[in-house]
Design a protein around this ligand. Structure first.
Ligand code: KG4
Ligand code: ZN
Length: 338
């Protein structure tokens, strides 16, 4: 079955064509990062307008790359939430109206389900069940993934998401948005141990996490430190996040008895976090899986892929009825097993 996937929940317009037999045939992305940079964060109205501008040209591009026509499509998948309401509505209206015109189903997909299943697109994918660590700009959660649609929240951040902490910390150092990649690049020139930062909730006997105190601690250091020392602070910040996430990851594996950890979401692109998770988990006989690097951040491929798995598992599909809604807030554990 051939699916078109549309992602427009935040500041990336992602389109992809996915074949349930052959895999990913084409994917294309337009990032709005440069546009939002001037404002230090995503401006929702600008995001929606830019999705409108990009979505049809990108759809044409992936159809051409996949060498297929619109009429070859069997279904259209789109991110229905969580995310920015206006941005979600752009993808949803394009998907639903195309589906209506083509008399094929439109499949609403949970953005985080897209992320957490995306490591299955890797050359050596994990097998179910596994623990998923979702680390993005809006979420930092451990999920037990027992089966498609059967997700149990094991623990999450009580305040800022890890990506949000990266972004805010980077801003304190005058780095461009999004802060994660910029801060980790700066950290490459830093030396560990020159500055000290806390590891919040490291020893709490659960899977809860907290990152806002870390950001506050950095703001105190940055206030007094000369700018040449920022790389040393950046590397310590990155290490603190990696320490907390890897310690909690080990705990999540111990508490579920699972031996596979899947890391998804933008912060999963962080090289230090990757190395630390692999080192610590392999010592305990557990394996760590990552999506291909370019699929770590938001993209249409993960949306088409999740819909493909749902189709293959026999999710009942309705032809587009011409009415639809998006869910800016949507709890992943509320999805039903298929
Ligand atoms: O999953 P994502 O693309 O969007 C959502 O939030 O859904 O994640 C974006 C987040 C941003 O906070 C960004 O700073 C962070 O992922 N990020 C990184 C890296 N690349 C992206 N954080 C740390 N290191 C990176 N290399
Ligand atoms: Zn995301």
């Amino acid at each position: 079955m051939l699916l078109l996937g549309i992602e427009s929940s935040c500041d990336e317009t992602g389109l992809a064509v996915y074949d349930t037999l052959q895999g990913l045939l084409a994917d294309a992305l337009h990032s709005q990062v440069a546009m939002h940079d001037a404002y230090g964060g995503v401006v929702p109205e600008l995001a929606s307008r830019d999705h409108i501008r990009r979505i049809i040209p990108l759809a044409r591009q992936v159809l051409a790359e996949a060498k297929i026509q619109l009429s070859d499509l069997d279904a259209i998948a789109y991110t229905a939430g969580p995310g920015l309401a206006g941005a979600l509505l752009v993808g949803a209206s394009v998907a639903e109206s195309l589906a209506l015109a083509l008399t094929i189903p439109a499949i609403p997909i949970h953005h985080l389900e897209g992320h957490l299943l995306s490591p299955l697109l890797a050359e050596t994918p994990p097998t179910l069940p596994f623990v998923a660590l979702l680390v993005s700009g809006g979420h930092t959660q451990f999920m037990a993934v027992e089966a498609l649609g059967n997700y149990t929240l094991l623990g999450e951040t009580v305040d800022d998401a890890a990506g949000e902490a990266f972004d805010k910390t980077a801003k304190l150092m005058g780095l461009p948005y999004p802060g994660g990649p910029a801060l980790s690049k700066l950290a490459e020139q830093g030396q560990l141990g020159r500055y000290k930062l806390p590891r919040p909730m490291l020893h709490s006997d659960d899977l809860e996490m907290s990152f806002s105190g870390l950001k506050t601690a950095v703001s105190l250091l940055v206030r007094d430190a000369p700018a040449v020392d920022y790389p040393h602070i950046a590397i310590e910040f990155q290490e603190a996040v990696a320490d907390v996430l890897s310690t909690k990851a080990l705990r999540s594996l111990a508490s579920t008895g699972y031996t596979q950890l899947v890391v998804a979401g933008g912060v999963g692109a962080n090289q230090r976090l990757r190395t630390k998770l692999i080192e610590r988990c392999s010592k305990r006989g557990a394996q760590v899986f990552f999506p291909p690097l370019r699929l770590c951040t938001d993209n249409g491929a993960m949306i088409a892929h999740a819909a493909g798995l749902r189709l293959a598992a026999g999710t009942p599909l309705d032809l587009s009825a011409g009415s639809f809604s998006v869910k800016p807030r949507w709890d992943l554990s509320s999805l039903k097993p298929i």
